[in-house]
Design a binder for this molecule. Structure first.
Ligand code: SAH
Length: 213
């Protein structure tokens, strides 16, 4: 894994592009500037790593667009030491951004190959997330509660089980919908039965699946 001056220069430009698109949390921008996104992509896509676009990572899945990663991270209002659950590890890139911001990350991926690859990449980079292989739609009951929950695949509806696993005052960010695009939802847990649900625009995600096909 080599991070050249060229990569670093392209990353600076990417950060400026994301800033222009409306992200202004400097902690997020500096994590994006620091983390080599190309480490999370196949070498055949390496030259595209600093375009603000999603790319295939195998198993029919994609690494999210950097702007989307930044947007979801902003909605999570990450604080250092936050205990964060991510559903859909994919490449591991989003997890690395959260780790870089000081969060304690628990992440689940249902594709064995992607799980193996992401685990290896993150370990090589010196990060130590709790990374799990399996169906994340039911969360991680053994590790609750979570301060923040991030879903990086499209959920058909707001996942009730995950809402239970959120601590009071916690935030879940989840793209909801079964069509071509989904509504990004930020859900804030006021108390056990009360949630504030904010819709934050349209995005496009691969579907969250509950079985292992
Ligand atoms: N956060 C990722 C982007 C992931 S794309 C990144 O930074 O690269 C969405 C991922 O969710 C895919 O890898 C897909 O396999 C995974 N996924 C879909 N349904 C899932 C489920 N029920 N449990 C865990 N992972 C799931």
């Amino acid at each position: 894994m080599i991070d050249s001056y060229k990569h670093k220069g392209l990353r600076k430009k990417l950060v400026e592009e994301i800033r222009r698109k409306g992200i202004n949390d400097e902690r997020i921008l500096s994590a994006i500037e620091k983390i080599p996104r190309h480490y999370f992509m196949d070498s055949s896509f390496e030259s595209f790593a600093y375009q603000d676009k999603p790319f295939p990572i195998g198993a029919g899945q994609t690494i999210s667009q950097p702007y989307t990663v930044a947007f979801q991270t902003e909605l999570l209002e990450i604080q250092p030491k936050d205990k964060v659950l991510e559903i859909g590890t994919g490449s591991g890139y989003q997890a690395s951004i959260l780790l870089e911001m000081g969060a304690r990350v628990y992440t689940i991926e249902r594709h064995r190959n992607l799980y193996n690859k992401a685990k290896k990449t993150l370990e090589k980079m010196g990060y130590s997330p709790k990374i799990f292989y399996g169906d994340g739609s039911k969360g991680l009951p053994a590790y609750t509660p979570f301060d923040k929950i991030l879903v990086t695949a499209a959920a058909p509806e707001i996942p009730k089980e995950l809402m239970k696993q959120l601590s009071v005052g916690g935030i879940m960010v989840v793209p909801v919908g079964t069509g071509d695009t989904q509504i990004m939802k930020q859900i804030r847990k006021k108390d056990k039965d009360n949630f504030i649900d904010t819709s934050c625009g349209y995005f496009r995600f691969v579907p969250m699946l509950s079985n292992k096909t």
